[in-house]
Design a binder for this molecule. Sequence first.
Ligand code: SF4
Ligand code: SF4
Length: 488
Amino acid sequence: MKELTVRIRRFDPDKDTGPHVESYTVKVNDGARVLHVLHAIHDTLDPTLSYRYSCASGQCGSCAVRVNGEPVLACMEEAKDRITIEPLNLAVKKDLVTDLIPRLDQIASLLPKKDVVLPKKADIDAIKPLKDCIECLSCVSVCPAVDVTKFIGPTAMRQEMRLVLDPRDSGDRIPDAIRDGLFFCTTCQACWKVCPKSIEIPGKAIEKLRAHANKRGLSLPRHMEVAALVQETGRSIPRTSESFLEKVPGVIEPDGPVKATVGFFVGCMYNLRQQQSALDAMEVLRRNGIRVIIPKEQVCCGSPLIRTGNLAYIDELKRRNIETFKSRGIDTVLTMCAGCGTTLKKDYQTPFAVIDINELLTRYGIEPPARLPIKATYHDPCHLMRGQDIRDQPRALIRQVVDLVEMPSICCGSGGGVRAGNPDEAAALGKRRGEEIKKTGADIVITSCPFCEFHIAGHTDKPVKNIATVLLEGYREKDRKKAAGSKR
Ligand code: SF4
Ligand code: SF4
């Protein structure tokens, strides 16, 4: 047996004007789950505690709650000392019990065809990744689009795609999905990461539904314009001035001994809009022994097209990019755009390794920069933190230069074609990001993705800087101090 103290958010609509937190200490068996702790509190300390459970074996989804802010199934999550247990971020009925009915009612049912056509093995295989939902609504509770739009939510979208794949269904699901907010998803991947059944809703449902919509000419006009631009120019952003690729040499040699050689996949944003961040990164790499090869024929990775379902030109982009790096014998390709990195790692089959700049600098180590007397907060790009599991490396690099104050990891609203296709939603999410930044009291915001950098800058009065820029500022301060010291 062990003794645990937990905090639980309580709310009784018949008595309370608002939620409050209560602390309980109970004895439970070693290996107890959060659900066992709730049972112990209910049975020995407070029989008024309300929570929901049924199967107690991870099969029904009814006991989903938040533990330390993250949605989990109470029956599967190991109970630890000093955890905080809260209801999912949905309408609360009492204590840990949320109102699931309105959202469950939105999940479409199969409409049988007159003549029954049974699914073939290929249909069943295609449906498989989407069918294991236990309707816990954890995904809905973390979806940023649900918060600011009329988006029906991830699991309802999952079901729309499941029905598209089912030959027994007679519904016309694509117009339904568009009506229900298909283009509101920012592809932030929060739903997938909290799903207890690991259902990859953004990639396996949202992007697939968008691709079906595209085939029927139902893509958003702005998304089709971007697709046409990529096809015409190889880039998803119009050229307005000299590009990064035109400014830099084909190879940048490091100042000292070579620790590693990488090919640099620049990406459209760094090539044409956020060039200074990429130029600063080249300085940081030069200083840290990384030899950088920059092939000039590289084109858009295709991320803006894959996320929005415009797939006609994707194979050509992949072929050109792979050939460009492969023909130079490059075995490691560096990305510093979170979207490009995720796309090259997950949507391509590359004959070379792909590494994000935060991973690269962590792997080879960096010369210590001078510390700057400022307080910074860090925005996790969705496609870096969830797309590539890169969370700790940027923080460790940042802490070498400035003090870091954390804020919640929420989507800024720039991804999934939302900034282009649904600017009001992107602005609403950007505003929310700006409010969280303000709460930290930080002097600057640091991030590691050009889309986030550009979008957040429009929603905060604090300077938004790339992690490479901050490291470079640390090196410049170090050089300045050294020069000042040698003059004395
Ligand atoms: S990827 Fe993000 S925005 Fe899209 S459905 Fe999932 S949680 Fe919502
Ligand atoms: S998709 Fe996953 S997280 Fe969403 S309701 Fe179904 S099981 Fe729960």
